[in-house]
Unconditional design. Structure first.
Lengths: 97, 461
């Protein structure tokens, strides 16, 4: 976990809250690490062109359901878009720009 | 965010469609209402639904104007992200304790602009989409949320401070603490709503374990235009489904899971979802396995016939178990009631369990009212005074009193508001929050009518 400098006044309240709750839980550290790992693999595969969920599952070595959830999170926050359909599967692509 | 005042005329517990209706009906009669909602937005279950039966109107299009009206009404104080902890008799009225949970965002400063949500590094399953979609650790509850304000989910926060730095109005306040406020009211309306039976209640159906076995509320989200996938896909692999089965009475009329009653809405929501699936996926086959079709409401029987006419297949049969193939297809073992109990096995891409309705809240330790054997609020005068509970001055509306559909919940909320208003008049609960109770004695010259006028916001003073 990298420490990020924050503005002086809000830092105290956030840091106090963090300390009062015993810092970031091991569970959340693992969660974030896993998320970053999955996203990295998805981005790398999608950089080669539009892919369906089974394509990505195969290329990234991820289980389909878990992969779809991450892909839909990336879609919701503007990183991924739909790029057509193939055999009842949606093709997903990285959003340009 | 205004502070909780010392007195209101009525407390409404729960800001779903029934609670909003009761609050609006009371406030339109001049009463001052405190509306408490435990979620960060009002709207309840209805605002997450796709369409309503039998008209196929857009659910949120009907619900959001009502939400805005309740939120902006001059005589309704909305208290979201808050829980009623205790309601107890206190003279004529009730003493009420309300827990206000910290949002870690100053509601008065937050613009609802999403900037914090966009920079938050953590994605977690979104409750509003029943886990199918994602939200961030700081988030606006959903697209139609009222208030449209961010809330921090501390359980998933990594304290990176990015949200705080991205906020254009310095709305974050991590020093916020939970606060318990006390107030007094003359009447209470409980409109605490529903949950559906737990996904895993019937182990033989694989709910909660098999990814392509869905709850009906998850299907509502999948069918919504702003749903988690933007279309209906299988959660296991993102495929557009070609065969879908509905298992009726999957959480109702079943003593084995402690839900012996009929939940009243499952036949209709399943028929509605099935018909809409037929409209949205051109080659989809949808089959409903039912014990009885109960289409009891206005226009419901016609809707059932329409669904069948438009290709929804209905089969009188009981699903005994659901098993999964290697590719996450689902094998349904069905006993055909309509064919001498013949056993059949059919394969589907997706299955929806028509789960029943159970109460979302229990009175235990909060209000001294009785619950019926089924867990819903007991209504001892169900025929003539359907909103009466076992405690004078405490009324009930919507699914809190028992399973019902949206029109019935709204009708009942109106009745509860009327009964609460009658009660307020009977006990002459006149001191509205416009004046503190200790001020009353000093102006003893005022007539009852004048005091009534003040309580009624001056409209008839």
């Amino acid at each position: 976990m990298t420490t990020v400098p924050v503005a002086a006044k809000p830092r105290s309240a956030l840091q106090a809250l963090r300390e009062s709750r015993g810092g970031v839980s091991a569970e959340m550290k693992a969660w974030l690490k896993d998320q970053q790992d999955v996203r990295k693999r998805l981005r790398a595969a999608l950089a080669r062109g539009p892919r369906t969920v089974p394509d990505l599952a195969c290329e990234c070595g991820l289980e389909g359901g878990r992969l779809l959830w991450h892909l839909m999170a990336m879609r919701r926050y503007g990183e991924v878009t739909e790029a057509g359909e193939r055999d009842r599967y949606v093709l997903y692509a990285l959003k340009r720009g | 965010m205004p502070a909780i005042r010392e007195r209101y005329d009525a407390l409404v517990v729960g800001g779903g469609i029934a609670g909003m209706q009761a609050a609006l009906d009371l406030s339109e009669q001049g009463y001052e209402v405190l509306l408490v909602e435990r979620d960060p937005s009002i709207g309840g279950v209805m605002v997450g639904l796709n369409k309503v039966f039998p008209t196929l109107d857009c659910s949120s299009c009907i619900c959001t104007p009502r939400m805005a009206e309740a939120a902006h009404h001059p005589r309704i104080q909305l208290q979201t992200w808050s829980e009623v902890q205790r309601v107890e008799s206190d003279g004529d009225g009730f003493r009420v304790e309300v827990l206000r949970k910290p949002r870690y965002v100053d509601e008065d400063k937050c613009l609802g602009c999403d900037e914090c949500e966009l920079v938050c590094p953590i994605d977690v399953p979104h409750e509003f989409d029943y886990g199918l979609g994602a939200r961030r650790a700081v988030y606006i509850p959903h697209a139609n949320a009222i208030p449209h304000k961010a809330v921090v989910d501390l359980e998933h926060c990594v304290y990176c401070g990015k949200c705080e730095r991205a906020c254009p109005t310095e709305a974050f306040d991590f020093a916020q603490q939970p606060v318990v406020d006390t107030t007094r009211v003359g009447a209470v309306v409980l409109s605490t709503g529903l949950l559906i039976t737990p996904m895993g209640a019937k182990k033989e159906y694989g709910g909660g374990r098999l990814p392509n076995v869905l709850s009906p509320l998850a299907m509502e989200r999948l069918q919504s235009s702003n749903g988690p996938y933007g279309r209906v896909l299988r959660p296991s692999d993102g495929r557009v489904p070609r065969t879908i089965a509905y298992v009726q009475c999957a959480g109702s009329r079943d003593r084995s899971i402690g839900v012996p009653y009929c939940s009243r809405v499952c036949c209709m929501y399943a028929l509605k979802q099935a018909l809409l699936l037929r409209h949205s996926i051109h080659d989809v086959e949808v089959t409903l396995y039912y014990m009885d079709i109960r289409a009891f409401g206005k226009g419901y029987e016609q809707f059932y016939r329409r669904a069948v006419r438009e290709g929804v297949r209905v089969v009188k049969g009981k699903v005994a178990r659901i098993q999964e193939t290697e590719g996450h297809d689902l094998l349904l073992r069905v006993e055909r009631i309509d064919a001498d109990g013949r056993l059949e096995e059919h394969r589907y891409d997706l299955v929806v369990l028509a789960q029943g309705l159970v109460p979302a809240w229990h009175a235990d330790g909060v209000v001294d009212i009785e619950e019926a054997e089924d867990g819903f609020v007991r209504t001892p005068e169900a025929k003539l005074n359907p909103s009466f509970t076992t405690m004078e001055g405490v009324f009930v509306a919507g699914v809190a009193a028992g399973p019902k559909d949206i029109p019935d919940a709204i009708v009942e909320a109106g009745e509860a508001a009327m009964a609460a208003a009658n009660h307020l008049e009977r006990i002459r609960w006149r001191a509205g929050p416009l004046r503190a109770p200790e001020d009353e004695g000093e102006e003893g010259e005022e007539t009852e009518a004048e005091l009534a006028g003040q309580a009624l916001g001056g409209r008839w003073a």
